[in-house]
Design a binder for this molecule. Sequence first.
Ligand code: E4P
Length: 226
Amino acid sequence: MKYLIDTANLEMITKCNDLLPIAGVTSNPSIIKKEGKIDFFAHFRKIRQIIGSEKAIHIQILAQDSEGIIREAHKILDNVDKNVYIKVPVTPQGLKAVQLLKKENIGVTATAIYNKTQGFLAMEAGADFIAPYYNRMENLDIDAADTVASFANMINAYGYETQIIAASFKNMAQVNTALACGAQLVTMAPDILLSALAVPSIKKAVDDFDDDWKKIFGNSSICDMK
Ligand code: E4P
């Protein structure tokens, strides 16, 4: 089970990387738009600096034809680093690009997945990761949990090396269901993840423990105990 954060915000990445056991950072052009007109490659090199070489960065291409996708993928790999996973939407041209990128041994995340067929074809094409769009599927009245479970079943049944990186979440209930259905990884906006730790009862419990301790030991801490 791995958690990634779906953001390009350097402050948030620094904070989450410091506090939480995150496995990497994902983004797409709409997420990048939130940061304004950034120095694109320098920005992702900075993200690499923050999270280090062991964690994953997934960057999406924009071209819609396979040749353009391959060109953009190389440009990203040359200007950020060779370990970046290239996010490719699962279209016919995208599937062609996934197969070509895998022939070059480039890491690929097949994205914009709204149905089972897209995911199955991306597995067949050799994608390292498939990114089903959980909330967007639910908005379309597609059973997102069943879709993720089908991907997990096929991976197990046929021994694909592809992993599911479920994406597009609006709340932690969706995230936890995706994990229960077999997604090995999940990516979400940091606020969604942090919201699970910001439940008022948690703070109250911690404050109550502190009050009870102080009633007996005053301001002496555990480190002051002999
Ligand atoms: C994954 O990386 C996707 O691009 C992302 O999760 C989409 O999320 P959205 O549906 O909130 O735009």
